[in-house]
Ligand binder design. Structure first.
Ligand code: ZN
Length: 459
């Protein structure tokens, strides 16, 4: 067996692994690169040969794990694309959204290029390519080995990262390997915890996003969230939550409902101002079997968002604009998560200069984004050509991460480490990978490997 990472090697986006065995070739994930040079990197890499792939298996539906899939169809893929049912449902939403964003970006750029007499750009893929991709989707159950290609069987284990997320165990050629996928933290009060995998395997491919640090405990984060929300009620302002549409947005709603039910804060209106988040909410509602025990009971009884007395689902941009006339307190969840675009930017323009507003950051804010500038204490941010004063209160809740911290990654590895497998670290910046490799060496006496893009790992 041979494994080649075609992304997420020394970084956190573009996840993809080509697995070659005696009888078959399959791909685990085929995610989009997000960041610098992504235009040149979002291609089918040399040596991948989509026409000769027997199958693809995805760990979960996030864009950085599925965002290049339509390129396979455009380049001759004939085999199926496997994933858990919820992952496939989320991947469908994410890919349709991605095609839409690419089309509008290209349209925007082309208006300029046309005037400048430059050749026009094309999106990576369009709605049609996405539709063809989705027709290849085939569901896989959890906790059961299924043949996915000649001589290769795969088993999906709960990864606790987003709805439907899985770690994938593969067996072929008398060898076995586990791909962790993205691993979630424990005690997320919605999802099941990551499975404890007790197989004896030859190789573990482990994510290392937070290989160098632990998060604040969830309970502290919840207490902070309650404080922020009740302070906003006193000031009568709007609470703006820039959030990624799938995962974080649903967890915020779930937690807020619990705060209202507890009586700690008087209920106020909540606006879910994101068509993608609204569609994802429906997927969450359809899959109570993937929630932890408490949440599952609440979903089955229909009461999982009880406590939120007024939940407005804003589908159209008119729905979104109408929020401008609403008086606080209220809470608005909108994308994009780092304020680089989307409806949240309009809400910031209307409210960032008001002292009673609260901007609540629940996700990572990359350097150079408006979200990061606000957190770093900028006096003004430029929005649609105007300088808007930052007078709002700014709060950050780091503990809502969808990724396991360093101690949880080590704990996840523990049952597998007993058999002294090879360990390969991916999906992390190099500093995080190096720190996790150190910890694995001292805890389990295993020298973890840190491959580069395209490096062959022979098993
Ligand atoms: Zn992910």
């Amino acid at each position: 067996m041979q494994i080649i990472p075609f992304g997420a090697a020394g970084e956190v986006t573009g996840s993809a692994y080509l697995v070659t065995t005696t009888n078959a070739r399959i791909l685990i994930d085929f995610g989009l690169f997000q960041g610098e040079d992504d235009d040149v990197r979002n291609v089918v890499p040399q040596g991948l040969e989509p026409q000769n792939l027997d199958a693809v298996v995805i760990t979960h539906g996030h864009l950085d794990h599925v965002g290049r899939l339509p390129l396979l169809l455009k380049n001759g893929l004939r085999g199926p694309i496997y994933g858990t049912p919820a992952s496939l449902a989320i991947a469908e939403l994410i890919l349709a959204d991605s095609a839409g964003i690419q089309q509008s970006d290209v349209d925007h750029a082309n208006r300029r290029r046309e005037r400048a007499g430059l050749p026009l750009l094309k999106p990576l893929y369009d709605d049609n390519d996405v539709a063809r991709t989705i027709r290849r989707f085939k569901p896989l159950p959890y906790n059961q080995f299924v043949d996915v290609a000649p001589g290769i069987s795969a088993c999906m284990y709960e990864a606790g990262h987003i709805l439907g997320s899985a770690s994938i165990s593969l067996r072929a050629d008398d060898r076995s390997v586990v791909f962790s996928g993205d691993i979630g933290p424990h005690e997320v009060p919605y999802l099941r915890d990551p499975a404890r995998i007790t197989e004896t395997v030859d190789l573990v491919v482990l994510e290392s996003t937070y290989g160098n640090r632990d998060h604040r405990p969830r309970s502290e984060t919840l207490a902070e969230f309650t404080d922020v929300v009740s302070a906003a009620v006193h000031s009568g302002g709007k609470i703006l939550v820039p959030a990624f549409a799938i995962g974080r947005a649903q967890e915020i709603l779930y937690q807020l409902a619990a705060i209202f039910r507890s009586g700690a804060v008087q209920p106020f209106p909540v606006y879910l101002d994101s068509p993608l988040a609204i569609r994802a909410l429906e997927v969450y509602r359809r899959h109570p079997e993937l929630a932890d025990r408490e949440a599952a009971a609440l979903i089955r009884s229909g009461g999982w968002l009880d406590g939120i007395e007024q939940l407005e689902l804003c589908v159209s941009s008119n729905d979104s604009r109408a929020i401008n006339d609403v008086r606080g307190p209220c809470l608005i969840i909108a994308g994009s998560g780092m304020c680089t675009g989307g409806r949240i930017v309009h809400h910031l323009r209307h409210n960032l200069w008001r002292r009673e507003t609260v901007v609540l950051f629940v996700g990572y804010q990359a350097v150079g984004t408006p979200g990061r500038r606000i957190i770093d204490g900028a006096q003004y941010v430029r929005i649609f050509g105007d300088d808007i004063a930052v007078r709002a209160r700014v709060a950050t809740l780091g503990g809502f991460s969808a990724h396991a911290g360093r101690s949880e990654l080590l704990a996840w590895l523990e049952p597998l480490a007993a058999a002294q497998p090879r360990v390969v670290l991916t999906h992390g910046e190099d500093t995080a990978r190096a720190a996790l490799a150190d910890a694995i060496r001292s805890r389990y006496n295993i020298n973890a490997e840190v491959p580069t893009f395209g490096e062959k790992i022979a098993l």
